[in-house]
Design a protein around this ligand. Sequence first.
Ligand code: FES
Length: 65
Amino acid sequence: MAITHCICSSVSFAELKKTADAEGITDWEKLREVRPFGLSCKLCIPYVKQMLIDGRTVFTQSIIE
Ligand code: FES
């Protein structure tokens, strides 16, 4: 199963990337100020951090250690 969203905030990583690219945001905390995510269980935060590094918006395996 692909991991593509912050489920708690109902926002996809693709939407977050679009916002980050449009606003020139490279920091996940700044991105969260513009488009809220990661405010509940926080499991999506490592994925958004990785997205900001390499642009991936779909993850096929866990990156949580
Ligand atoms: S999946 Fe993002 S806060 Fe729960």
